[in-house]
Design a protein around this ligand. Sequence first.
Ligand code: PMP
Length: 433
Amino acid sequence: MRSSGARELVALDRAHVWHPYGPMPGRTDPLVVESASGVRLRLAEPAHGQVELVDGMSSWWSAVHGYNHPVLNEAARGQLERMSHVMFGGLTHEPAVRLATRLVEITPEPLRHVFLCDSGSVSVEVAVKMCLQYWRSMGRPDKRRLLTWRGGYHGDTWQPMSVCDPEGGMHELWAGVLQRQVFADAPPAGHDAPFDPAYADHLRELVARHADELAAVIVEPVVQGAGGMRFHSPDYLRVLREACDEHDVLLVLDEIATGFGRTGRLFAAEHAGVSPDVMCLGKALTGGYLSMAATLCTEGVADGISRGEVPVLAHGPTFMGNPLAAAVACASIDLLLSQDWEQEVKRLETGLREGLAEAAGIDGVRDVRVLGGIGVVQLDRPVDMAAATEAAVREGVWLRPFRDLIYTMPPYVTSDEDLALITRAVRAAAAAA
Ligand code: PMP
C-alpha cells in the first residue's frame, strides 16, 4: 500500500472506528499493519524508521505460533472450502466435535463437556451461567454470588466486569451498577513467594462466611493478567479447591490468558495439580487466528443443569462452534503438542530473565518479573504510553504498555535474536516511560 493510502486509512479510522479502551476519535494515531508473518508485523508506512516490528505481545497472548503459519493457513483454507460456518442448533460437524474431544483430552481430568463460543468474555459469561444454573437446579437459588481476589481481570461484558479488580481497575465506572461480588485480597505477589498461612486463612474464612450465597469462586490461576500482570504461588489454588469442596462452592479457573503453555505448563492449574469444576479457554486456542473461546465443565455440573426445572443451558450464540475457527484450533493444538513446546517456553523464560535483568537498574523501575513466556517490568508511576511505545518501535518492536507496566509475551517461535531485540525494547521503553 502507498503511504497516502495508509494516511487515508488512519483518517477514516479516526473518524469511524472504536479501538480497545479507546476514545473516539483516537488520541494517538494507530499504526497501519499491512501484513504479518512469523513474528513480524509489516507496517503500511514506516514508523520511527521501522517498517517491520517484532511482535512482543503475540497479539495479546494469542499468536503463539506467530503469523501466517503454513500449517494453520492450510487448516483454514481446507475448512473454508468445505464450510466456513453453519448454525450449531440441531446440527453438528467434525471440526467442533474434534476440537471438543481434543480439549477434554488435554485439560485436567474431570472436565468433560465443552461449550464453544466466540470470545473470552463470553466464555466467562457462560461459566457464570453454568454455576448459577447448577445451584438453581440443586434447589439452592440463593447461591448466586461469586468470590474472586482483587487484581483480577475476566473480560469486558457484564458478569465478567463484576469480578474484575473493583478498585482502580478498568471497570470502576460501573462499580455501583454491577452485581456486588465477594472480594478477597489479591494473593501475595511472587510465583515462588513462600506460602502465607494468614492469606490462606483469609481465603478459607471468606469462602466459609459466604458459602450460602456463593455459586462459585472464579480466579485466574498463577498469573493475573490485564488486572496487573501479577504472579502468585499456585498453593493458593489448592487452598481454594479445598475450601470450595468443603463448603459446596464451584471453582472456575479462567485460563484464557494462561492456557496453552504460556506459564510453562500446558494449563496453569497444573502448577498446583488442581482441577476446576469449570474452565475458560480462549486467546491461544486458535493460535490467534480466529475468534473462538471455550467453557469446559465436569459431568457433575452438566448433569446438575440438566436436572433443573429448565433443563437446558440457555445460551446459544449464532457463531457457536464455528467450523473455521474449530478447524484452526485443532491444527493449532496439534502443532503445539507435536513440538517440544515446554523447551521452547523455557528458552523464552531464560532469554527474558537474562534480557530483562538489567531493567532493574533503570530509574523508576520497581519490579522485574518473569514466568514462562511472560516478562514484566513494573514502574513506580503510570507509564507514559506514547513515549514507551515510541521507544519500543524505534527498536523495531511492538509493545503495548499499560498502567505502570511494560510487559511482553512473545510468540513461542521467537528466535533468540528476536527475543534479545524484544528485551532491549522493553528496557528502552522503561527508560523512556
Ligand atoms: N479472561 C482473561 C484472563 C483475559 O486475559 C481476557 C482477555 N484479556 C478475558 C478473560 C477476556 O477475553 P476476550 O478479550 O477474548 O473477551
